[in-house]
Design a protein around this ligand. Sequence first.
Ligand SMILES: Cc1ncc(COP(=O)(O)O)c(C=O)c1O
Length: 399
Amino acid sequence: MHDLSDIAHWLESHQTHHESSVNETLPDPTFITGGESVVSFSTNNYLALANHPRLVAAAKSGLDRYGVGNCESRLLGGDLEVYRELERRLGALKHKSDAVLFVTGYMTNIGVLSSLVKAGTLARLHGYRAKKRHKYAYYSDEYNHISIREGIQMSGAERHNYRHCDMNHLESLLKAADGTTPIIVSDGVFSMEGTIAPLPDLVALAEKFGAILYIDDAHATGILGEHGGGTSEHFNCYSPNIMQMGTLSKALGSIGGFVAVDREIADVIRLTSSAYGFTCPPPPDQAAALIAALDLLVEEPERRQRLWDNQRYFIEKMQPLGYQIISTATPIVPVLIGDAEQCRLHARELRKEGVHVDAVQFPAAPLGQARLRFMMNAGHTHAQIDHVVSVMGRLAGRI
Ligand SMILES: Cc1ncc(COP(=O)(O)O)c(C=O)c1O
């Protein structure tokens, strides 16, 4: 334990941890902390659905019907029609015949990526005889979410990282593969960069090299595409080779993760992924709330329009200030500060003015590329955006 307390002191004095507070309410995008009202420019609650009355009402009736928790694996006594309906709806959103629900997005990546390559081995233990034995190898974008990297590591399969969105690099690695079946893994929207993966190029490479393509649409589901279908809808690019992963804890306002695939693949995942079979799903009231969230994606498209309008408004106002904006492609608009201490200083000054923005630093961002990760929200007003831009304008000259 001594070493751990030394580490805690070191982290404290070097402030390498996130500076965060304990709050009284959650961002909608405004929240209360220490009795004060603060506007968040870094919440995943993109469409301000988390406290929408329809989601709250659906969760309340779910609570009345099912109670507060599930307490069972769905492979044992814990399956319910409400989960099946949610899975059908998520599959349809992603143009797939089914989806598999997990307790979080993190567990989805860990659960699917660690087990995919072992499905054949597990089935063989039960007597299955394959026509051909596949040896899989992972190809992963260097900026993929940590849950992807950990899931791939847990699989024990051969793994290669390619440079961020660099299709030439990916192709050269795929060409060097010998006799393995490639699984290419990429975020759809990169959470610290705000960039969109070049999906049509990834699909073309997957087809050329006979690869499975796994897309993590955590920050694209509900946001990209006319109906919020995500990266595939954004590019109008669909392929049977794509496994569509997403989370339910961001634009959809609740908790959970899923992978949308064709039905027979879904059944393989249900039977071979420990993160599905050896743990519980999200509580049933949240599944009911999520069905209401999916209804609202269709019924209230103006939320998505407001989100994008706010994104454009913010970028237009920020551009004359001279900051380097890392990407303008999505509602994640990271502003490069460079030095980590300077970045934290910016965040602290913004906080004094009633604005919360995450200061993202190493290891979440490359060393020397600390950034303020602005995340735009359907609930921001233009006045709130004007305010944050005017504070950034003052800081531009001073820090
Ligand atoms: C790209 C990406 N994938 C997966 C996750 C994990 O999702 P969840 O919060 O639902 O566990 C996140 C969350 O930050 C993410 O940004």
